[in-house]
Ligand binder design. Structure first.
Ligand SMILES: Nc1ncnc2c1ncn2[C@@H]1O[C@H](COP(=O)(O)OP(=O)(O)OP(=O)(O)O)[C@@H](O)[C@H]1O
Ligand SMILES: [Mg+2]
Length: 360
C-alpha cells in the first residue's frame, strides 16, 4: 500500500482537485483507493457529492481523543464508485488541533487510525487531501505518508512558501529516520503564456528537478465537474483535465522508484513494493531475532531469511517476488506470528492463520 499526501500550505493551488481526480484515475486503472479528506473545509467530500447532512461520522471522530466519540477509520468510509472509497471530513475537524494540543503522539493519530483499520479489502493507495496550512492535520498526513505530491500553480508567488513544506518534510523524515519523497506537480498551467513557462522553470529549480512530467493544464471542465460533485473522468472522459490526471496516475503507478526504500520506516498495511523488491517489516524493540517463512522460501526459514534492524525497533528484509499470492509468517524469537501491520490473512488446511500478500 502506498500512502500519498497532497500538500501545500498555499490555498487554491489545486490540492483538492488533484486529490479527487488523481484518486478517481487510480481507481479507473483498477487500483483500490481510499481518499481521506483531512481538510475541515470538506471540499473533497463535497466535490464527490457527499452533502454535509449525509456525513454522520467524519475524520473528526477518527482523530478525536475523546473516547466517547471515537470511531475506527473503517467505520466512516463511504463507497464512491468501483475501487474508490472516501473517508469524509466536515467542519467539526477544525476542533481537532485544539483537542489534541498537548496530547502525547498527537502527530501520529492518523498513522494509528490507518494501522487499526479493519477492512476486508486492501487498499493499493491511500490519498490524503491536506488543508492549506502546516498545522497538526498536515503533520499527521506527512507522518503517515511515504510520498507527497505538492501541487504548485503557475501563478504569482506560487513557489513562495513551498520551502516551509520541504523543511517540515525534512524534519519529519529526520525524526522518523525515513525519507518522504516529495514531488511537485505543476497545476493551472496555461501553455499559451510565457509567464507560465517561466514559473515552470522556477518550480524545477525549487524542487531540484523533483517534478512530475505530467502537467495539469487549466481546464474549465475540472471546475464544472467539481460543481456537479463528480471526478472529471466521470463528467467528460475526453477533456484535457481527464487526460492530464490519467497521465499523472499512470506516472505514479509506473514510478515506484521515486520512493526511497533504502531507509526504512514501519510499513502500515504490510509488505510494500520497493525499488529492490518487496519490503517486509516488523516492529519490536524487545525481539532478539526476527525471521520470515512463507510460500516463497518453502516455509523453511534459514540464516538468509533473517530480518535486519534498520533502525531501533524496525526489522526489515526485501525479497524479489513475482506477481502471485503468498502466505507468510514472522518468527519472532522462535514464536510464529502473523504480520501485525497486514490485515490480510488466510487460514491454512488445519485452520492456522497466515498473513496473505497478493502481488499484482
Ligand atoms: N487545472 C484546473 N483548471 C481549472 N480550474 C482549476 C484547476 N485546478 C483547480 N481549479 C479550480 O481552482 C479552485 C481551487 O482549486 P482547489 O480547491 O483544488 O485548490 P486547493 O489547493 O484544494 O484549495 P484549498 O487550499 O482551499 O484547499 C477551484 O475552484 C478549482 O475548481
Ligand atoms: Mg482543498
Amino acid at each position: 500500500m502506498r500512502i500519498i499526501a497532497i500538500a501545500n500550505q498555499k490555498g487554491g493551488c489545486g490540492k483538492t482537485t488533484t486529490a479527487i481526480n488523481f484518486s478517481a484515475c487510480l481507481a479507473q486503472a483498477k487500483k483500490n483507493v481510499l481518499l481521506i479528506d483531512l481538510d475541515p473545509q470538506g471540499h473533497a467530500t463535497l466535490g464527490l457529492n457527499i452533502k454535509h447532512q449525509d456525513v454522520d461520522k467524519s475524520m473528526y471522530h477518527v482523530l478525536t481523543p475523546q473516547s466517547g466519540k471515537k470511531v475506527r477509520l473503517d467505520e466512516i468510509i463511504l463507497p464512491i464508485s468501483q475501487n474508490f472509497d472516501l473517508a469524509p471530513a466536515d467542519i467539526l475537524l477544525s476542533a481537532i488541533e485544539q483537542e489534541l494540543s498537548g496530547k502525547p503522539e498527537r502527530e501520529a493519530k492518523l498513522y494509528q487510525a490507518i494501522s487499526l483499520m479493519v477492512t476486508k479489502k486492501t487498499y493499493d493507495y491511500i490519498v490524503i487531501d491536506c488543508p492549506p496550512s502546516l498545522g497538526l492535520l498536515t503533520f499527521n498526513a506527512l507522518r503517515v505518508s511515504g510520498e507527497v505530491i505538492a501541487p504548485v500553480e503557475t501563478g504569482f508567488f506560487s513557489v513562495h512558501g513551498v520551502s516551509k513544506l520541504l523543511e517540515i518534510v525534512d524534519v519529519i523524515g529526520k525524526r522518523l529516520k525515513c525519507d518522504i519523497a516529495v514531488k511537485a506537480l505543476i497545476t493551472l498551467f496555461d501553455r499559451r503564456t510565457k509567464f507560465s513557462q517561466e514559473i515552470k522553470d522556477d518550480i524545477y529549480n525549487h524542487f531540484s528537478g523533483q517534478v512530475f512530467k505530467s502537467i495539469i493544464n487549466t481546464n474549465v471542465r475540472l471546475k464544472e465537474a467539481a460543481s456537479y460533485g463528480m471526478p472529471v473522468i466521470a463528467y467528460d472522459k475526453r477533456c484535457r483535465g481527464s487526460e492530464d490526471y490519467m497521465a499523472l496516475a499512470k506516472e505514479v503507478i509506473r514510478k515506484y522508484d521515486w520512493t526511497k526504500p533504502e531507509t526504512v520506516t514501519e510499513t502500515v498495511g504490510g509488505p510494500q513494493q520497493s525499488k529492490s523488491g518487496i519490503l517486509f517489516t516488523y516492529s519490536s524493540t524487545e525481539a532478539g531475532s526476527v525471521q520470515i517463512a512463507g510460500d516463497f522460501n518453502n516455509w523453511a526459514a534459514d540464516q538468509k531469511d533473517k530480518l535486519e534492524t534498520t533502525k531501533k525497533g524496525v526489522w526489515a528484509k526485501v525479497y524479489n517476488l513475482r506477481p502471485g499470492r503468498y502466505r507468510y509468517k514472522f518468527i519472532v524469537d522462535g514464536q510464529w506470528v502473523t504480520d501485525p501491520n497486514n490485515p490480510q490473512t488466510e487460514a491454512d488446511e488445519i485452520g492456522n492463520l497466515n498473513s496473505l500478500l497478493e502481488i499484482k
